[in-house]
Design a protein around this ligand. Structure first.
Ligand code: NAG
Length: 171
């Protein structure tokens, strides 16, 4: 029988603090990002990262940031729907709202996958979020506010995918 090692490893980390941390530099992560400037800005906004960050803690932190951001954008979409009387616009933003429901679900799954050490799943959930947000973005052409938030979530999710590769030992 094959025992999945990670839950036990996490338990050990938690109880005995015996796990060796892996420190990564922001420049190492962002060199793999499609938008290096945005990546640097985001990671430097995380407390204590200028000297490098513990890979596990950073991943957890960024997934949470993405989740909070998606939650807020979802609320913004509801507000846009409530504010418009244009039936066609309502339909577009209703569709965006569904894209975001899916993105929120994927971020919840990414958290669970991270906890159980399934880093390939963290990565694929990151990819689903990007796809959902890009789908919404094509319908949100008349809200620059939402489009800015969409870009931010795409940047965050791209970081999640890169961190998942680090965690899986690809880098
Ligand atoms: C919705 O309308 C309210 C009241 O006019 C306004 O304060 C708010 O900024 C609007 N929200 C959006 C997202 O357009």
């Amino acid at each position: 029988m094959f025992l999945k090692p990670y839950p036990y490893l996490l338990l050990l980390c938690f109880v005995f603090s015996v796990c060796s941390e892996r420190i990564v530099q922001i420049s190492e992560i962002c060199s793999k990002h499609s938008n290096i400037d945005n990546c640097n800005k985001i990671l430097l906004s995380v407390p204590g990262t200028s000297e490098g960050a513990d890979l596990g803690s950073l991943t957890s932190y960024i997934i949470n940031m993405a989740h909070v951001n998606a939650y807020n954008s979802h609320a913004l979409i509801s507000e846009i729907i409530g504010n418009t009387s244009d039936a066609q616009a309502k339909q577009r933003y209703n569709s965006c709202s569904m894209d975001y429901n899916d993105a929120l679900l994927s971020l919840t799954q990414a958290k669970q996958s991270y906890s159980s050490g399934n880093f390939a799943d963290v990565k694929s959930n990151g990819a689903v979020v990007i796809k959902d947000v890009q789908d919404c973005d094509t319908k949100a052409y008349d809200s620059s506010l939402l489009r800015t938030e969409n870009q931010y979530l795409v940047d965050l999710s791209t970081i999640i995918m890169i961190l998942a590769d680090f965690l899986a030992g690809k880098f």
